[in-house]
Design a protein around this ligand. Structure first.
Ligand SMILES: Cc1cc2nc3c(=O)[nH]c(=O)nc-3n(C[C@H](O)[C@H](O)[C@H](O)COP(=O)(O)OP(=O)(O)OC[C@H]3O[C@@H](n4cnc5c(N)ncnc54)[C@H](O)[C@@H]3O)c2cc1C
Length: 408
């Protein structure tokens, strides 16, 4: 930072995506400030597990490694899934996928949300100027005045994005990356729309112990209320992500432990036997959202601030990490050519690439959700047939294995 409180890049939001972006750009030699509203609590090595976990495909962990945020500080807390089993309550047929088919050791890893964030924060050292706790409350986008020409290589010194914090401090940067998550206030202040649909569902999450071991397998069953996933944790338990219609999720949240375990056992087809213990439960709303544009002036959206997808494919963080990879590449190229990294034509390159890929992914997951949603029971037979066919038909099977590994 120079004496005027100025940086190359300010990242607002130190969640998994924002923190990784700050780290990746700082390692590339940019002067980066990270503004985060809440002091993160990563927990000790033996702390209780974060109720919220994410499944990371090999593609995502390869990106984290490239950015310097993998392996995580407590690797013994990372669960590994080597197999995947998907089946449908309303139709016969099931799909099994095995990492060995690809000659790989794992299909992916199950990581606590706050632990993923910890991975990036613990690698900052003195490379990133951390401004935390500090809430961003206002922004000037640094947009060029109407009629100004957008010339490659030009660096209008006066033009910077300006961020105002709740305590009155003002920070300036050539690029301001908004990584505030789905409810991003700055996105609204920038006048960027965020539209989509609510699934009228909530995901109930908890960690459970089962009578039989999880066998390093990610189990996913399509039940009438919505998809139910049991993801293998490193401590032998499984992490539950149970998508349910909102009212039903409220009811399940309110059940006593014994009733919850009984209902969950039945919903999981007792694949792992009865549920013998369960942690406190939490719930998250499920929605599909896309920003109407990714760039305003010198400000860009990344991660959930730009796109929110249904968690059934476990791709939210993965898409955010691809945003990080793209923005990193675009800014590095601009710097190599001596251009202003925040010039409109530079940031548009990022927006074009990421907006189309994220939109494709969001609509693919939406299509899966519609096909398997409770209201589409006539499709049940088709789903069962599809799962059976996928299990037997080599090319389709490979496609699904690639999807599970985050290679699509
Ligand atoms: C039930 C559920 C299951 C999921 N499972 C998976 C999965 O298996 N795999 C996967 O890849 N994804 C999964 N996801 C999605 C994943 O959790 C999100 O994509 C991811 O957390 C987005 O990260 P982010 O950094 O963009 O935003 P966030 O995690 O929301 O972080 C935003 C950060 O910005 C900070 N902030 C906000 N406003 C301000 C402000 N004004 N000033 C300063 N700081 C601010 C917040 O404090 C927060 O730290 C799941 C989501 C849900 C709900």
């Amino acid at each position: 930072m120079n004496r005027r409180g100025e940086h190359d890049v300010i990242v607002v939001g130190g969640g998994p995506v924002g923190a990784t972006l700050a780290l990746a750009l700082a390692r590339d030699g940019f002067d980066v400030a990270l503004v985060e509203a809440r002091e993160p609590s990563f927990g000790a090595r033996d702390a209780a597990l974060d109720p919220r976990v994410v499944a990371l495909a090999p593609d995502a962990t390869a990106l984290l490694r490239e950015f310097g945020a993998w392996p995580l500080p407590f690797p013994e807390r990372v669960g590994t899934y080597r197999h995947m089993c998907v089946w449908d309550a309303a139709a016969p047929g099931e799909l099994h996928v095995d990492a060995a088919e690809r000659g790989e050791a794992a299909l992916g890893w199950i990581v606590e949300n706050r632990h993923l964030q910890h991975g990036a924060w613990s690698a900052f050292a003195d490379r990133v100027t951390v401004v935390c706790p500090a809430e961003a409350v206002a922004v000037e986008s640094g947009a060029a005045p109407a009629g100004a020409t957008d010339v490659a290589g030009a660096d209008p010194v006066a033009s910077r994005a300006v961020l105002e914090l709740a305590d009155g401090r003002r920070l300036r940067a050539r690029v301001l990356a908004v990584a505030e998550g789905a409810d991003s206030p700055l996105r609204t202040r920038l006048g960027i729309g965020f539209t989509g649909r609510d699934y009228a569902q909530r995901a109930v999450v908890a960690h459970v112990a089962t009578e039989r071991p999880h066998q390093d397998t990610a189990w996913q069953r399509f039940v009438p209320g919505g998809p139910l996933a049991l993801l293998p944790l490193a401590d032998g338990r499984s992490s539950v992500v149970w998508s349910l219609p909102s009212a039903e999720a409220e009811r399940v949240l309110a059940l006593d432990d014994a009733a919850f375990r009984a209902e969950l056992g039945a919903a999981s087809d007792f694949r792992l036997g009865p549920i013998v213990a369960s942690s406190p439960r939490a719930a998250f709303p499920l929605r599909l959202r896309e920003a109407s544009r990714y760039v305003e002036g010198r400000c860009v959206l990344v991660g959930d601030a730009a796109h929110v997808v249904h968690p059934l494919a476990g791709q939210g963080v993965n898409l955010g990490l691809r945003d990080v990879a793209c923005l990193r590449r675009v800014l590095a190229e601009a710097r190599r050519r001596g251009a202003d990294i925040g010039a409109a034509h530079i940031l548009r390159r990022y927006a074009r690439e990421r907006r189309s890929e994220n939109a494709l992914a969001a609509h693919a997951f939406d299509l899966i959700e519609r096909t398997f949603s409770p209201g589409s029971l006539p499709l049940a037979a088709l789903r069962g047939a599809a799962l059976t066919a996928a299990g037997r038909f080599g090319p389709l099977r490979r496609l699904l294995v690639d999807a599970a590994a985050g290679r699509l």
